[in-house]
Design a protein around this ligand. Structure first.
Ligand SMILES: [Zn+2]
Ligand SMILES: [Zn+2]
Length: 184
């Protein structure tokens, strides 16, 4: 097989895009919700301002694909350039779906109301229904499991109800004279 022929290179680009979704799922579940929680936590908590610590992950991934571009073009290795292209395309799709459609970090408002795009947005919102690092669902970004499955898993684990009870408890601890505070 000629690894510098166009059909092979295009196939590598597509494989890299698909492979990156698998890698992103894995990294989100086993790195960001584990020992990498220190950066990712900022994305699961309310915050002010444009940026969050979690954005550093995007910087790391961008740095990695730039490095691959430099190696691929600098040393004339088309396979590496094709990999870098696939990773960059994935980064762009991730930005559109995650930062754009779900979190509305762009200047225009568009929320998909039907089809697969709607399912993607709903699935990631269910990922955010859990604030802590454990018992989360839907760690992918371009593939979303059926919404009913995710809802069932969340209900079965009882994590959302537990977290809400926790929030209510800590709110009471901060305001012990809760009789005087207005009821919501
Ligand atoms: Zn997460
Ligand atoms: Zn998110």
């Amino acid at each position: 097989m000629d690894f510098s022929s166009w059909p092979v290179l295009i196939a590598i680009v597509l494989l890299a895009v698909v492979g990156m979704e698998g890698f992103a799922w894995w990294a989100h579940k086993y790195i960001m919700h584990d020992w990498g929680w220190g950066w990712h936590r900022s994305h699961h908590e309310p915050h002010e301002g444009m940026f969050e610590k979690n954005d550093l992950y995007a910087v790391v991934f961008a740095g990695f694909s730039i490095l691959l571009f430099v190696v691929g073009t600098g040393f004339g290795i088309p396979v590496v350039t094709a990999l870098a292209t696939g990773i960059t395309i994935y980064g762009f799709l991730y930005f559109v779906v995650h930062d754009g459609l779900v979190h509305q970090r762009w200047p225009f408002r568009y929320i998909p109301h039907r089809g697969y795009a709607k399912r993607l947005v709903q699935a990631h919102r269910l990922h955010h229904a859990v604030r802590g690092k454990e018992h989360g669902v839907s760690f992918g970004f371009l593939y979303a499991p059926p919404i009913e499955d995710l809802q069932r898993r969340l209900k079965d684990s009882g994590v959302v109800a537990r977290e809400q009870a926790e929030i209510r408890r800590s709110a009471k601890a901060v305001a012990p004279t809760s009789d005087a505070s207005p009821t919501l």
